[in-house]
Design a protein. Sequence first.
Length: 389
Amino acid sequence: MGAWIVVGTIGVTSVSAGEAGTVASMALPPALVGAAPVYRQYRDWLLVCDNALRCEVSAMVEDAQHAVRIMREAGPQTPVTLRVEAMGALDADLLRIDDSPTVLQTLPWEAGADDNHHSDLTLTGEAARRAVAELRDARQLDLGDTADDPIVSLMGLTAALQAMDEAQGRLDTPGALVRTGPLRESRVHAPAALPVVPAYPIAAAPAPAMLASAVRKTHAQVLADRCEQPLQGPRDSAHALDADVALVLLECQQTTTQRRFLGFIVPRTQPERALGLVLPAPAGSGAVTDGPLLTSAWFDPDTGTLTVAHKGSGLADCGYFGQWRFDGQGFALATYLEQQTCTGLPYAWPAWYRSLTQPPASASSGASSAARAAMGPAAASAAAASIAW
């Protein structure tokens, strides 16, 4: 397959002369905004830092039904938060480290519970630092016999905490959690600026429902090549982006709990010139691995937001969640969460990427210039050709 030709956030890919026609698809922007997200496993603990250098270290034993998380924002002298969550009842008086009573029992925990048999304990500030120091060099934390899954392995915690200190520039400073020292707090990395991704309400008239069936017909070959056959009652949809261009979601795969789609950017009057949609996502993420497949995708025209949510297991204790916002040129990443190991509580996935949202502004009723450019001369010969990613 040929190289990308990037036009704004839209790219066009050509195929060899022996293949059918010209192929077009959405391309990634040059880079996501902020620091590169970190996702690293250390024995039974995971470190995740997002694009603003907010970091979280969490217990990560597969199939465990508890969550222990140590969280810290970037920047000098920022407080530490320790949160313990579990199915069942948590009682600070029952906490043990390596089968022995501990200072954890004397700290000012904030307790919470909900109606789903879930409870939590939280510490912040200096109390959290004291608790982390107790946990750091131990083998296991016992949550007590009122928790459904009481034993938390601490193997790898120290290495994960030191890696968090390093990612945030805290090594050898007084605020480090593992390797403290005399270096000034001013050397600690400031938070990376979060990107601003404005809401983009869609003002154009709705796309005709028949547009989705037209794209399914004109691009039947790519669907035959990439999708489950046959599908039972595919839930296709078409969504206006502006006066000339629409987002079309064609169902591609079905499971008992999830539906997966292929996305297309489509001229509203020329479905044969559709472009395959590939969304920008952090390197190493499940969204990158899945490429054009969009799980449980839905589009909100009030904000121009496309949401994708993929459960890695039926318990939703792993998976990824992303939101991308149309900006008149393409789809910009706004939010991304992912946990690759199936453990902990449902949907408690750490953040890889965050943004700030501006209040909705008036959306342009004109066509996207980048979309028009990508659907211009290079794509004009793609009539009735298959789409590839």
